[in-house]
Design a protein around this ligand. Sequence first.
Ligand code: SF4
Length: 173
Amino acid sequence: MKLSAFRKKSPWILHYNAGGCNGCDIEILACLAPKYDIERFGMINTGNPKQSDILLVTGPVTKRSRERLVEIYSQMPEPKVVVCCGVCACSGGVFRDMYNCEGGVDQFIPVDVYVCGCGARPEQIIDGVVEALSILEKKTKAMEETVQLKNQPVNEGTQLNRRNTAAAIIQPQ
Ligand code: SF4
């Protein structure tokens, strides 16, 4: 069985507050509690970027958190998915244009899913994370196909397939 089948069923999530007011973080805690029970999707909240599949970011990026955010993202193995939780993470929100605010998360790392709201409601967060799961599955499949193609002997047909796969991977969603 392929890795993509397992990964979709047991993603590990890393939560990082880049400088928000903690409102969105409390809603994330609500998702983990029995009422919303996000773990029913097989997710585990982890603290180690090297073992994480999904990065869930709250709050705007501040001057102090900017480098840490990029460092965390670069330590996560591929394939990875980034979810912005709350309007601050999406665009800076109420903190936008403040002296210490650098803007939304997508100014510094690629973002796959935007979850709006101030704070984002648990239902919205769960929706966003479920969307992240399907993106994670697609990225994992694309990587598996690339590895398969690399292991094939090179001939004209293989080169054509490689070009097609590469084009599919870099095409925007
Ligand atoms: S979106 Fe609202 S609740 Fe979330 S961190 Fe920003 S100000 Fe706080």
